[in-house]
Write a protein that binds this ligand. Structure first.
Ligand SMILES: *Cc1c(COP(=O)(O)O)cnc(C)c1O
Length: 362
């Protein structure tokens, strides 16, 4: 049987059916329904944030977050290219210009010592990315943002449930986006949310996903549609009941990989970050001067029907639409992207299969 790089966590068929039963009585399928409201309340508590606004996917949530601030067209947002295309695309699609900052080679998040040199009179925000369940240096970013009057919009798609110093990671910055895509630690099939502390942002962000409509006779701007429906929210309610089990199974899997692969020359694993409660979202391995290179290992695994992913490769300033178009040198991001491979990791991945994967690599 093929081992994919990921496999969606799911509640039992019966549990989901039970959850969606009321929808046949209410006939309320979308538009801020009961399931969505229930999930929103539970997420506030789980994530330790004051406000949550739900979206049909993480990408549109990110676009809504940028749009909310009404930055002048052509403003610059400092971000990293070591991410999924969504981050960079959201900036460009909102009429902003991405300025690329390099990552650090310890945890692959934005190198905070390189941010200030990229700030110009056009800079309006920083969009850092928490990658693989590792978090950015949120304190340094906060200091820089305060000093230069910049907004901080986190792409926290990989960081569901992560805590720093016992605080939910989304309580840092002006706003954070979580993705609830089927491949993420917690999912609603497709879905996402924005989290923020400032209560005054709630209503305008609700309007952002609902055409800009204020009430039946008022619409303040030409907004789009990014509402989450009740079937998505129901999947979320089920998955949230089990997410702690999912995370602890992932932790066991990661520990097995570490047991087998750590201390091997040429293999670099993620190091646990201080004061961080991780969600074990991904298992990236950097092959640097190992007996085989990254691509050879990926091919060898593929021969055994094991899927691994070059994630993130290419970096987002190397795609045909972006290459050479935007400012910022990112040699470390480029180098890591050529050596990194994420290995299969999901909550019901067996120890035997992890051993098989490690045997092949070793
Ligand atoms: C998954 C992901 C997104 C996009 O989220 P969707 O819910 O798939 O739209 C954005 N950024 C990163 C880093 C992601 O991994």
């Amino acid at each position: 049987m093929k081992i994919n790089v990921t496999r969606s966590s799911m509640p039992s068929f019966e549990e989901y059916c039970e959850e969606i039963k009321d929808i046949w009585e209410s006939r309320w399928l979308t538009n801020h329904g009961a399931k969505l409201q229930a999930l929103e309340e539970k997420l506030k508590e789980y994530l330790g944030v004051k406000n949550v606004v739900m979206f049909t996917n993480g990408h549109l949530a990110l676009e809504a977050a940028i749009s909310y601030f009404n930055f002048p067209r052509g403003s610059e947002i400092i971000t990293t290219p070591f991410t999924f295309v969504s981050t960079t695309n959201s900036i460009i699609r909102c009429g902003m210009i991405p300025v690329f900052c390099d990552i650090n080679d310890k945890d692959y998040t934005i190198d905070v010592t390189k941010i200030e040199a990229l700030i110009t009179d056009k800079t309006v925000a920083i969009m850092p990315v928490h990658v693989y369940g590792n978090i950015c240096d949120v304190e340094a970013i906060e200091r820089i943002a305060k000093k230069h009057h910049l907004k901080v919009i986190y792409d926290a798609a990989h960081a569901f449930g992560v805590k720093y110093k016992n605080r939910g990671i989304a309580s840092y910055g002006d706003i954070s986006m979580f993705s609830f895509h089927a491949t993420k630690v917690f999912h609603t099939i497709e879905g996402g949310c924005l989290c923020f502390n400032d209560d005054s942002m709630k209503l305008p962000l609700e309007q952002q996903k609902d055409f800009g409509i204020v009430d039946a006779e008022h619409c303040d701007y030409a907004g789009g549609n990014a509402k989450m429906n009740e079937f998505q929210a129901s999947m979320g309610l089920c998955n949230l009941r089990h997410v702690d089990e999912y995370i602890s199974s992932r932790k066991k899997a990661v520990e097995q990989y570490q047991k087998r692969l750590s201390g091997i020359k040429g293999i670099k694993l993620l190091e646990p970050q201080e004061d961080v409660l991780s969600n074990y979202a991904y298992l990236p391995v950097v092959f640097d001067d190992y007996k085989k290179n990254r691509d050879e290992i990926k091919d060898e695994l593929a021969k055994h029907d094991i899927g691994a992913r070059k994630y993130f490769y290419p970096i987002t300033n190397e795609y045909s639409y972006s290459k050479g178009k935007y400012k910022g040198d990112t040699p470390i991001a480029e180098s890591i992207s050529k050596k990194v491979l994420t290995l299969p990791l999901y909550s019901d991945l067996s120890i035997e299969n992890i051993n098989l994967i490690c045997d092949i690599i070793l």
